[in-house]
Unconditional design. Structure first.
Length: 437
């Protein structure tokens, strides 16, 4: 007898998961070597894109019973979308895994704790930039009041799971907002800056430096009011409707002909921003505005290149040469196809020798909040990544996403390499090379 949960789950898959997209998969297997979880699980097919698509179709058709193993297969997916560039059939796996998580979220019963956490996160902190700022002020108080030092001294963090202690150890120091330097030069472009939620709170100094360097390159920078979290975390967690609520708010905030680009400095945000047009293609009111928003979206390294930063870097001289490498943001590389631009900037940076990190395009294990939800698998992937880092022995690992940055900092910390290696955001790296703090 088919259970009520099974019936709900099948119906939800039928309503939310596109059969057309499922049928695009030819089962060729080109995606397998590109999938970090497939490799980390000793080539377990259920933890590959091909295997997950088969499970999606089986759930939709009622050919498989929903249980913990099926749920684990979907939960274990990083959502890095490395399978998409590897796929000769152009399967839209990113859409499929997001649709699957919506289907599961709508059909699976939720306990009181999960409901409370989701409501606090997706209807509170990540729905209102002011609430995010308030939450970060609590972190600032924890750091400045002496509570953090006392907590570490008495070993209180040892009562928590190891991954929570690791994350606490790499939290950036939250500083008060500083007045940015005036570096305006003859105008070359008008740019609207998507500040982001984490980037404009935990990493606000990186945002300040982003604006200063854009102005140094001659851009006029506009900061539209009422912008919100991009919605990516919502979309990746089965809360797409709430993610699109944020998308519409951002489209309204940025809907202007007064600027040439909408620039962001977080790879994960940039990918979701660039797909507003796709996500809202059936929304008659927002369809055209969303398409225009997505067309204007650009990553900070791409804009730096367009504004001529490479020439300025080449004109500078430095005798000392230390090794710098780059860890890709999965979504920046796999969704936005941006991977040459940041590397070109690092290659031209004076005082550094750029060396490619083996498998730099493979996920580091951060994947939004994946390292919090799946710490064991995230740890396996990070350990593999750090093996290659140690072989290369760089002094700097540059990233383009806050989650990647913190994950690489955890890796450095776990390996005891804090004195030898530093993980930095590409904006902070270039700022220190060019402008200094």
């Amino acid at each position: 007898m088919v259970s009520e949960l099974q019936q709900r789950m099948q119906k939800s898959f039928q309503e939310n998961v596109s059969e057309e997209y499922l049928m695009d998969c030819m089962r060729c297997g080109f995606c397998l070597p590109a999938c970090p979880t497939y490799l980390a699980t000793n080539q377990d097919e259920t933890h590959s894109p091909r295997g997950r698509i088969s499970l999606m179709k089986a759930m939709r058709d009622g050919d498989v019973v929903w249980d913990g193993s099926v749920e684990e297969a979907f939960d274990m997916c990083l959502g890095c979308r490395a399978c998409e560039p590897a796929c000769p059939a152009g399967v839209q796996y990113g859409v499929l895994i997001e649709e699957t998580r919506v289907a599961v979220q709508q059909a699976k019963p939720q306990g009181r704790l999960e409901k409370t956490v989701r409501k606090t996160a997706f209807d509170g902190i990540f729905a209102d930039q002011k609430k995010m700022a308030t939450a970060v002020k609590l972190v600032q108080f924890y750091q400045r009041s002496g509570l953090q030092a006392a907590t570490r001294k008495i070993g209180f963090l040892n009562l928590f799971p190891p991954f929570m202690k690791e994350m606490e150890g790499v939290l950036p120091k939250v500083e008060s907002k500083r007045k940015r330097a005036s570096l305006k030069k003859p105008q070359t472009a008008r740019v609207a800056f998507f500040t982001g939620c984490l980037m404009d709170t935990l990493f606000q100094n990186t945002n300040r430096k982003t604006i200063e360097m854009l102005e140094w390159l001659g851009a006029e920078v506009i900061l539209p009011k009422e912008q919100q979290c991009c919605g990516a975390l919502h979309g990746h967690s089965g809360e797409m409707d709430k993610g699109l609520r944020n998308a519409r708010a951002n489209i309204d905030a940025f809907d202007s002909d007064d600027f040439d680009y909408i620039v962001n400095n977080a790879g994960g945000c940039g990918a979701f921003l660039s797909e507003y047009g796709k996500h809202l293609q059936n929304d008659k009111r927002y369809m055209k505005k969303a398409e225009r928003f997505s067309r204007k979206t650009i990553d900070i390294s791409s804009l730096f290149v367009k504004l001529g930063m490479n020439l300025r870097l080449k004109a500078m001289e430095a005798e000392e040469k230390s090794i710098v490498t780059y860890q890709d943001s999965c979504h920046l590389r796999n969704v936005n196809q941006v991977f040459l631009e940041p590397r070109s900037l690092l290659e031209d940076a004076p005082g550094f020798e750029y060396k490619e990190l083996k498998d730099a395009g493979s996920c580091c294990g951060s994947a939004g909040i994946y390292n919090l939800l799946q710490p064991e698998m995230a740890g396996k992937i990070l350990t593999s990544k750090m093996k290659e880092v140690k072989k290369l022995q760089p002094t700097k690992i540059v990233t383009s996403n806050p989650g990647c940055l913190m994950q690489m900092q955890i890796g450095i910390q776990k390996e005891g390499l804090e004195q030898e290696i530093q993980a930095v955001h590409i904006v902070d790296f270039l700022y220190d090379v060019i402008l200094k703090d």
